[in-house]
Design a protein around this ligand. Structure first.
Ligand code: MLT
Length: 340
């Protein structure tokens, strides 16, 4: 793996491999000192041209847990505001010595474009309506943790599919793992070429509830809508919002997912996030582990070999040294090459 731009580029084998090694990284988070020296001496730049809370923080935590340094580029306070181009900004950051850049941008294709200009590994943290591959990876990991093998399972994705990079990435990833996906949305919130997607389509949420093994709610992405696609949000939530009453019609334990940020009262009623089967917190937690796995595969293996559990260090020597009064655990170094 040289870059992570989209689920389709990744392919089924790499997707499964990331899911296979993710538990190793999830285990690191459980440690008293949640840090391993796998990417020591490497630098990951976070270049976010769009608002983000969880994705940016999640990549930052992931990089730091692997002992990488992070460069957090705050676009709102950078020379971008003085008219600097994307290329100049990216090349300036790379000249400071980075190994990977994690990029989010409102325009589809920006991560791919950066691969043409930079030597660093590029990770797509969301580009326009196009892709958000690490979201799909964490969603697959969360679903498999709950349901086991996804082959043959029925997943309903509900809401603003048209503007959603999460929907595009999830459909690709879930179907790669053998799941059957139904998109549930009003016709105006479906993409024009949906008949070429490997999915079923429904306009009736109530009729879709009983058959699903998991339900995935999407945010109404008003910032990407440039025309009136629904009469009003109240009508939308009446027809497509997940209320507690609708949730009660799901089979017991069916996971309710959302990529965040949630709009309570629109796609999800205010009291639904408190239900036991809502796995939003698991999604956030798993996001860190999945992103650690991705950064490890991009930067941590000079040979390109994927690690088994035993290849990972038990504990960072630096972290051990800073832990006062604790008994040191054995340290196993991993030979890590500089990627990018
Ligand atoms: C995204 O960046 O696409 C988010 O994770 C989902 C959203 O904004 O609704």
């Amino acid at each position: 793996m040289r870059h992570l731009l989209s689920i389709d580029d990744l392919g089924a084998a790499d997707l499964r491999e990331i899911l296979r090694i993710t538990p190793t990284f999830a285990e690191v988070a459980q440690r008293r000192i949640a840090k391993v020296p796998v990417l020591r001496g490497q630098t990951v730049a976070l270049l976010f041209y769009e608002d983000s809370t969880r994705t940016r923080l999640s990549f930052e935590v992931a990089a730091k847990r692997l002992s990488a340094d992070t460069l957090n580029v705050s676009v709102s306070t950078s020379s971008v505001n003085k008219g600097e181009s994307l290329r100049d900004t990216a090349e300036t950051i790379e000249a400071m010595g980075i190994d990977a850049v994690v990029v989010r941008h409102r325009s589809s294709g920006v991560p791919h474009q950066l691969t043409q200009w930079l030597d660093s590994a590029v990770v797509n943290a969301g580009d326009g309506w196009h892709q958000h591959p690490t979201q799909a990876l964490l969603d697959c990991f969360t679903l498999e943790s709950r349901l086991g093998d996804l082959s043959g399972s029925h997943i309903a994705i509900v809401g603003d599919i048209k503007h959603s990079r999460v929907a595009r990435s999830d459909v690709a990833a879930f179907t790669m793992l053998g799941a059957e996906v139904t998109l549930v949305a009003p016709p105006t919130l479906l993409p024009p070429a949906v008949d070429r997607w490997p999915v079923r389509v429904s306009h009736d949420l109530d009729a879709s509830l009983a058959a699903c093994d998991a339900i995935y709610l999407l945010r109404m992405q008003t910032e990407r809508q440039h025309e009136a696609l629904i009469p009003d949000l109240r009508e939308y939530s009446t027809l497509y919002g997940l209320t507690a009453e609708r949730a009660a019609r799901l089979a017991p334990g069916v996971p309710i997912m959302h990529p965040g940020p949630m709009n309570r009262g629109v796609e999800i009623a205010a009291d639904v996030p408190d239900l036991e089967q809502v796995v939003v917190v698991d999604q956030v937690r798993n996001g860190v582990a999945v992103r650690m796995a991705v950064l490890f595969l991009l930067l941590g293996s000079s040979t390109g070999d994927l690690p088994g559990t035993s290849a990972l260090p038990a504990q960072s020597a630096d972290a051990e040294a800073s832990a006062e009064g604790d008994v040191a655990e054995p340290v196993t170094e991993v030979t890590s090459g500089v990627g990018g």
